[in-house]
Design a protein around this ligand. Sequence first.
Ligand code: NAD
Ligand code: MLT
Length: 310
Amino acid sequence: MTPVVLIAEELAPAALDVLAHDYDVRHVDGTDRAALLAGVAEADALIVRSATRVDAEVLTAGSGLRVVARAGVGLDNVDVPAATARGVLVVNAPTSNIVSAAEQAIALLLAVARHTATASAALKAGRWQRSRHVGVEVQGKTVGVVGLGRIGVLFAQRMASFGTRLIAYDPYIQPARAAQLGVRLVGLEELLRESDFISIHLPRTPETVGLLGEKELALVKPGVRIVNAARGGLIDEAALAAALTEGRVAGAGLDVFVTEPTTESPLFAFDNVVATPHLGASTAEAQDKAGLSVARSVKLALDGEFVPDA
Ligand code: NAD
Ligand code: MLT
């Protein structure tokens, strides 16, 4: 019988073409739990992005599953230990969208520094407002990178060309590696106190959730601008709203939220918050790379071949 590949979120057409050649490709809305549980029962492979929760219940329902593929980086929506315990291989596409995610963080940082979104909205609504939208330059400022992994490094390399001073907090990185990149490794507290801009590039883990909470936001340099294009919940949203209200945080660029999808958040009420709906990986290039990478990995897994790191 032709193996069934169940696709629970949007996948690049090029990847669908590759898969359709060899498999019975089926689609389901991964956020529709009942449909997902029914669909996965007949699947040999399941492909998701970030919106589909692949937990023990889904893995149990998918008794014939051989591989779960995450068309992107973060694996926080997949219960990897539960999959491993059932002999289900989990693969992702760890480099597919890192350039796009780093570029999105920079886009948000610049938009916050220059009021791009509010000024554009005001102008389109008929208001030519120049003095209301005076921003700040990035050159000469201290930029704190929280998490100096693949995306954090790309972000830092690009921010260096703006003439910034770069510091980073990442206890798992060697200082020599950071120094090579022109980045000084510091403790979290020092990063909070010194940074004019902070950008977060961490995975969501029990250790990182709420890493920037009320206590940490009390330590920031007044007027700091914060970007989170990594995962919702790394910054405590209520604490961020409080710091924005007090003016201690001058602005925030947010691509990710504790609850997704969402169209309602107290953070959306702030003019100095630029918010995008989890678009970090939403480029043609990243989607092609992620889709083709997982299509290749799924094919290898279903053929019983070794699946190398993508
Ligand atoms: P990575 O694994 O290469 O880097 C993560 C870094 O965080 C590592 O260097 C690690 O040492 C560090 N880290 C882990 N725990 C830490 C802690 N407690 N304190 C400080 N540092 C810690 O991952 P990456 O490719 O850079 O991606 C980072 C995250 O970005 C992903 O896990 C994903 O959640 C998110 N992401 C979001 C989008 C988007 O669309 N917005 C796109 C891609 C990735
Ligand atoms: C990721 O972790 O790769 C991102 O969140 C992008 C996505 O899945 O859309």
